[in-house]
Design a protein around this ligand. Sequence first.
Ligand code: ATP
Ligand code: ATP
Ligand code: MG
Ligand code: MG
Lengths: 157, 157, 165, 165
Amino acid sequence: MKEEFQSVFVIAAQEFSRYFETLFGGGQARLTLTDPDHPATTGVDIIARPPGKRQQSLALLSGGERALTATALLFAVLKARPLPFCLLDEVDAMLDEANVGRFRVLLEEFAKQTQFIVITHNRQTIEAADTIYGISMGEQGVSNVISLRLEGEKVSR
Amino acid sequence: MKEEFQSVFVIAAQEFSRYFETLFGGGQARLTLTDPDHPATTGVDIIARPPGKRQQSLALLSGGERALTATALLFAVLKARPLPFCLLDEVDAMLDEANVGRFRVLLEEFAKQTQFIVITHNRQTIEAADTIYGISMGEQGVSNVISLRLEGEKVSR
Amino acid sequence: MYLKRLELRGFKTFATYTDFLFDEGITAIVGPNGSGKSNIADAVRWVLGEQSYSVLRGKRTEDMIFAGTRRRPQMGMVEAIMTFDNTSHWLPIDFSEVTIGRRAYRSGENRYLINGSRVRLRDVVELLGKAGLGHHGLVTIGQGVADAALSLRPDERRVLFEEAA
Amino acid sequence: MYLKRLELRGFKTFATYTDFLFDEGITAIVGPNGSGKSNIADAVRWVLGEQSYSVLRGKRTEDMIFAGTRRRPQMGMVEAIMTFDNTSHWLPIDFSEVTIGRRAYRSGENRYLINGSRVRLRDVVELLGKAGLGHHGLVTIGQGVADAALSLRPDERRVLFEEAA
Ligand SMILES: Nc1ncnc2c1ncn2[C@@H]1O[C@H](COP(=O)(O)OP(=O)(O)OP(=O)(O)O)[C@@H](O)[C@H]1O
Ligand SMILES: Nc1ncnc2c1ncn2[C@@H]1O[C@H](COP(=O)(O)OP(=O)(O)OP(=O)(O)O)[C@@H](O)[C@H]1O
Ligand SMILES: [Mg+2]
Ligand SMILES: [Mg+2]
């Protein structure tokens, strides 16, 4: 279990730095161990510097910068220990147009290996999808579903 | 101080029910005291039922329903104890088009008595503004500002 | 290995039988506030054996069952079934298609099914565990979870890596 | 009574002198992630006397001062001034226009000003208190604060009402 932590961490740390730069279009970040001599108990710290800015504490990051940094981290752990599928619930809510664009590119790359179900309000993210499910609330407090496939074929369920 | 709590609560509770219905376009909600016999220490509870749904715990509400309910609460306290100005930072981020529309109407009504500075990404909220300040990050890690007034006059600062 | 299908009946706002078909790649789920999108995420966690009702935004079993409204009576039970394409044998079980199901009743009773046969919770946990889907906290990444990962203390954040391991 | 003007020099990402003019009614602030919008909200709280650096997303005085980048050196001090139209006498002070200012240095020293004259923090707190702007927690409502109000325990939520009182 603790060996596992070590191996997950090493891969995730490498991927995190890479994904951060991809999502931010620059800058740099890394994961560090608070207590490297004790892998069984060490914590994990994050050092992040968005492009064009000076490295400061995580707290000073903006709402969107935090969301993007967290996304880089979660994708890094997913890369280290892949899952067959992953459901994302509005992880792109705080991102501006440019950042959503870079998120989408990374998502499409990842989707070659992992199936993604993405709950989103974001146009660019929706454009990346092959299938869209539209959910609406019916009069009886019951969810209704419509599915839309990329070919434009609309099917009511 | 505790008398003050009581008077703020009474007005806010009345306004909260009203604003909830306005923002949700229906449904009902109210504030309750957990210990009405002890006004000096009582807590405040929220009971909320969105339109067409059955009353359930707050936890079961959706992200957007929570944001809207919280907005009703904050506006209610603001009505009970007005401020000359109020700065809102992306309180509309989780709201869908229909809910933003109702939020905007309430904001415009409130703005007759209170000056609002609203940080937002939302088109409908921006449309409610008389003045817009555009902030961008310059190459030196320094914020740049452009102001746009409703008449379309653009001024670079 | 991928999720082919999610069938819901009585899960939260999905009172009527609902059948989601998924392909590999990216599926988007869209809709207004409160329409039921995150409830789908809850259903996925629930079928995979989630035991913490707070994670499912509820308090007990019955919060997972359609509570009824003025126009439609509450339901007595909930059922959800996930169908996996298993041709890559990600799940160590000799079927090219595997279903994992869960049913629950207002009494609080929960039942677990693999390929339609009733099993114990531990059987589901064990099967998913062998496939790396057991404790993996990232199967569904919820609203607000991403930012929370940044707010965690370093020793709490470690758990993200341990759970995936 | 309304906020007419906010002048910043050296506050977080606002290294160069920046002058915001506000009218009554609604002003929108827009821009990309990390451009400095929430930093404006922090500046407003800071001028009004905020003493909790965690609320300002920092740890100490120097976090409020432009930290510099590779292309521009850090600054030694920060200054912010808010100008209020006081014709309605909301602030109990005999001026139709009132400025409240704050300066801070890397040494950690903070200075407070009313109408350009140096005063103590308690003078600012007292003046704002009499105007109902003292402990009012809702002068700025931040990202995530709204939802937090729902997650609070009932006894914690009470503070919302007490602070406004
Ligand atoms: N057992 C239940 N029976 C009936 N309705 C329920 C039940 N549990 C939750 N709900 C309702 O489901 C709704 C929340 O749905 P959900 O969280 O899926 O919305 P959403 O589509 O994700 O919205 P948002 O975009 O705001 O996040 C709430 O209105 C809640 O009352
Ligand atoms: N003292 C400082 N010196 C220089 N830069 C700073 C300082 N304090 C904070 N920053 C920078 O300010 C940025 C955050 O700005 P802010 O929170 O205002 O963004 P925002 O426009 O609100 O973005 P979002 O839309 O993502 O919420 C961070 O990148 C941070 O590094
Ligand atoms: Mg949701
Ligand atoms: Mg911000």
